[in-house]
Design a protein around this ligand. Structure first.
Ligand SMILES: Nc1ncnc2c1ncn2[C@@H]1O[C@H](COP(=O)(O)OP(=O)(O)OP(=O)(O)O)[C@@H](O)[C@H]1O
Ligand SMILES: [Mg+2]
Length: 370
């Protein structure tokens, strides 16, 4: 039995269906991150789990109990919003303790719980201040404190860090990760931030237009995407999507790709059986930038490396790495090379392809071929 079961959940607002039957299960202690373009239904789904929005169809179960129609206050779920929604007239301590007070938790117990949480979030010195006297990051901590103090069965976070500046966001991300590990809490978390999703999640759900595109570990959605949408959405810079033609080459299966002035033959080693059926047909290959690199950085140990000399179109140093662009299948393709690799714009350079990481998609259905 899974801990949280979102079972064929649908949501209609009038005539428009914004969630078209979502099926997700997670276990106790999981950190589920919902990602997807604006308007795809992430907040709606979170609000339905919290009980702030009704369910049009389907069922929600938490720890074996059907909660679809249970009042929000009875669900044992705490939610942290993007806008912190603190009570302006109450102190930090009052804000954190408010939920406990409503539940008639005795004062000494309440104070102990507030102190505990304040210690955990390093806001002990702020307990007597009002929200207006706090920075954005401090307010976010108080909002988290208010959720944590209740020790609910499930935490819901809707883009909790999106109002913070970049540096603070990274710090808070680390803290949330540590909190999750320490408390062994079960969390459903919405974000727009790719890195937040990859670093925090034990499971990622990629949504689009009210439909679930893929549910899996960060590794699954990153290296084993279900379709072109997931491949293009996860990761930054995104996966290279390259037009190619599958051919039989004796006993081997290969993908032919047009380069700037010639063509390149890449051996097909992954999903060979399924791709065999595509012999003579066009496909879209997917290769992460780090799966196209310089010979020295290539993963010769676990990968299957295939080297080819290609023309260098653009070089973009990022400090840690060098993004080197070449043309494949008529499109710019990003290779991630070691900083300091000797490459020059307009010159030919050796590129090392890890074909063990190469995936392929059907250009019509956009589904993964496997
Ligand atoms: N009360 C409502 N009445 C009608 N339509 C609504 C209502 N609430 C949300 N929607 C619509 O439902 C869809 C999903 O909205 P939702 O807020 O869940 O998206 P989201 O994935 O959280 O987007 P964002 O990333 O921008 O926060 C949108 O098209 C939105 O316009
Ligand atoms: Mg939203």
């Amino acid at each position: 039995m899974s801990f949280l079961h979102i079972d064929n959940v649908k949501k209609r607002f009038g005539d428009t269906t914004v969630l078209k039957g979502i099926d997700i299960t997670i276990e106790k202690g999981d950190f589920l991150v919902l990602v997807g373009p604006s308007g795809c239904g992430k907040s709606t789904l979170l609000n339905m789990i919290a009980g702030l929005d009704s369910i049009s169809e389907g069922e929600l179960r938490l720890n074996g109990e059907v909660i679809s129609h249970v009042h929000p206050s009875q669900r044992d779920i705490a939610m942290v919003f993007q806008s912190y929604a603190l009570y302006p007239s109450m102190t930090v301590a009052g804000n954190i303790g408010f939920g406990l007070e409503m539940r008639k938790v005795p004062k000494p117990e309440r104070e102990k719980a507030i102190k505990n949480v304040a210690q955990m979030l390093q806001i002990e010195s702020l307990l007597d201040r009002k929200p207006a006297q706090l920075s954005g990051g401090q307010r976010q901590r108080v909002a988290m404190g208010r959720a944590l103090v209740r020790e609910p069965q499930l935490f819901l976070f809707d883009e909790p860090l999106s109002n913070l500046d970049a540096k603070l966001r990274v710090d808070m991300r680390t803290e949330i990760k540590q909190l999750h590990q320490r408390l062994k809490a079960t969390i459903v978390y919405v974000t727009h931030d790719q890195i937040e999703a990859m670093t925090l999640a034990t499971r990622i759900a990629v949504m689009r237009g009210g439909e679930l595109q893929q549910l899996g570990t960060p590794h699954d959605v990153y290296d084993d995407p279900n379709n072109l949408f997931v491949a293009g959405f996860m990761g930054s810079p995104s996966m290279n999507l390259i037009e190619a033609r599958i051919e039989k080459d004796g006993e081997e299966l290969v993908a032919w790709v047009e380069t700037a002035d010639d063509r390149l033959k890449l051996p097909v080693v992954r999903d060979r059986e399924a791709l065999g059926a595509y012999a003579g047909r066009r496909v879209i290959l997917g290769l992460r930038p780090e799966a196209i690199t310089d010979s020295r950085s290539a993963n010769h140990q676990d990968g299957i490396i295939y080297e080819a000399a290609l023309n260098v179109e653009i070089i973009e140093p990022t400090g840690a790495d060098l993004y080197v662009v070449t043309m494949l299948g008529g499109r710019e393709v990003n290779a991630r090379m070691r900083s300091g690799t000797a490459v020059e714009v307009g010159q030919s350079a050796p590129f090392a392809f890890d074909v063990a990481r190469m995936v392929a998609f059907d250009p019509e259905s956009e589904a993964r071929i496997r």
